[in-house]
Design a protein around this ligand. Sequence first.
Ligand code: FO1
Length: 318
Amino acid sequence: MSTPKPEDHIVALAGGVGGAKLADGLAHLLGDKLTVVVNTGDDFEHLGFHISPDLDTVTYTLGGVANKQQGWGLEGETWAFMEQLARFGGPAWFRLGDRDLATHAYRTERLRGGATLTQVTAELCAALGITSRLLPMSDDPVRTMIHSGERTIAFQEYFVRLACDVPVDAITYSGAERARLNPQLGALPQLQAVIVCPSNPYLSIDPILAVPGVRQWLTSLSIPIIVVSPIVGGAAIKGPAAKIMQELKAPVSAFGVAAHYRGLADGIVIDDCDRALAGEIASLGMAVHVVPTVMRSRDDRVMLAQSCLDLSRTLRNA
Ligand code: FO1
């Protein structure tokens, strides 16, 4: 294992709980030498608030205040607001904790006052002592939409209200075609590698890649792009990734993840238990690194982050 050189600056793409955990490991190793580009396809307006669930999850995780059981929301949360809302017959299916509400109220107020999502995110991160940079993929609205039979379902309706319990025929990213790449991505220091966190490829990473210019920007960097498989032993660690892959007729395996990122990724990190797939994945033209990838503890996050940095350095020197 090697420690990052002082000049290393790394970009990570992330969304959701698995992505936030690896981003946290990378932040531990890299501090202000890390930029995390976060999915905003899950964002929505709810009860008058602008909610950015993936930005919240990554911010709370890097800030050390995330609810570890849920993965989303804050530790030590109270629910008086939700109890009162339910008494009124209000929409209690999407749970906003009392402390969490402050984030949504602050963000909404600042956005209405003319601040960008990037600016508000920086303010929230500074308040939580986060030294890594978190950037929404775009300051323009992009909304992930789930198509199931005749129905088109907004993302949080699908994910939370319906508990992902409808078959997915297709996924689109409404507004992506008009969205502008976060301008700060063009002003980053010299980059050494891109790490695609073990986030849901369809729900968390593809919305980022759908923003015009992102793929071109990534490939123009001419640095290793490393993916960490969110599928371990044919199942997702958390969330509906395996179910969606099956419904979209992709192989539900680390190979399926590798095939999804073919043409973009130079290397993939897969779990020890998927070692037998290494040869098949390598035939796609990707370097394969086999390590433990399940992040149960903070040490696991840091070790996986280090494995990603090691693979990226090997590929840079190849
Ligand atoms: N996820 C749930 O499963 N149920 C909720 O009630 C819920 C509320 C919520 C509030 C704020 C927030 O930032 C995230 C919240 N999430 C909730 C998580 C969120 O729906 C998903 O984790 C992501 O959108 C998928 O990555």
